[in-house]
Design a protein around this ligand. Structure first.
Ligand SMILES: N[C@@H](CCC(=O)N[C@@H](CS)C(=O)NCC(=O)O)C(=O)O
Length: 247
């Protein structure tokens, strides 16, 4: 049976979401960060040479990398769902956004996250360059979502499943970017949040986390608030709180 190893508050939420959208049988193994990076329970798994999540085991197959895992699960269990094929009118858009997610969007988010962590002086050229590139990427996605409900047309695909982490949970680590200028992305994230499979995935993988589907950035990152022991990423009963819950 397929086992999905998920690290709390991480990119591996994508694979839990994928399995829930497909409605396939799988075993979910959740690992807690210790204190911020991967715990021994994840690093010591045979075949997980870099100790990262997501990581899957399926009979004699072990595999890392979100995109590779998506491709494997779609090929073996997808039954034609979530990934248009050559000949489909949305195939080229799908291919583009599917690769854009981890080749461009997530690296840009990470660049700005590391730059924020470095606390460079205001106006530092590297900050300006990285932020400009990130804003251009968000504008590009926003323009795409002005034309389509999902990134590759009227139906959700694995291009969305790979992309949404970067626009949501990643922002708990930084960059502290607001999505307010990008109305189509905000609408898109609200559509994501209404999907039963997304809700199930978040409840299964990160039951204590408030899915970061709102436009506002958190006021501080997990790093700046002392790691995952902080409550910046946790659900709160309050309507409006330090996290800037209104959008
Ligand atoms: N490019 C990889 C990134 C995997 C990755 O960096 N995962 C992080 C969680 S977001 C991780 O395992 N971090 C724990 C560590 O580095 O110790 C993918 O898309 O799967």
């Amino acid at each position: 049976m397929l086992t999905v190893h998920h690290l709390g508050i991480s990119q591996s939420e994508r694979i839990v979401w994928l399995c829930e959208e497909l409605g396939i049988a799988y075993k979910l193994q959740v690992h807690t960060r210790a204190p911020l990076l991967a715990p021994d329970s994840l690093k010591s798994l045979p075949g997980n040479s870099l100790g990262k999540a997501p990581f899957i085991v399926d009979d004699d197959v072990t595999l890392s990398e979100s995109g590779a895992i998506c491709d494997y699960i779609i090929a073996k269990y997808g039954n034609g769902k979530l990934a248009p094929e050559l000949g489909d009118k949305n195939y080229v858009d799908f291919l583009y956004w599917y690769h854009y997610a981890n080749a461009t969007l997530q690296p840009l988010m990470m660049n700005v996250m590391f730059i924020e962590m470095a606390e460079l002086p205001p106006g530092a050229p590297s900050t300006e360059m990285a932020e400009k590139r990130l804003q251009a990427a968000l504008r590009h996605i926003d323009e795409g979502l002005a034309k389509n409900k999902w990134l590759a047309g009227d139906e959700l695909t694995t291009a969305d499943i790979l992309s949404v982490y970067s626009l949501t949970t990643q922002r708990y680590y930084g960059p502290l970017v607001s999505l307010k200028p990008y109305g189509n992305i905000v609408r898109y994230l609200s559509d994501v949040g209404r999907r039963p499979a997304y809700k199930r995935a978040m409840e299964l993988g990160d039951p204590e986390m408030e899915p970061l589907l709102r436009a506002d950035a958190p006021s501080m990152t997990i790093f700046a608030t002392g790691g995952i022991e902080s409550d910046v990423w946790r659900k709160s009963d309050l309507e409006t709180d330090e996290k800037g819950a209104s959008d």
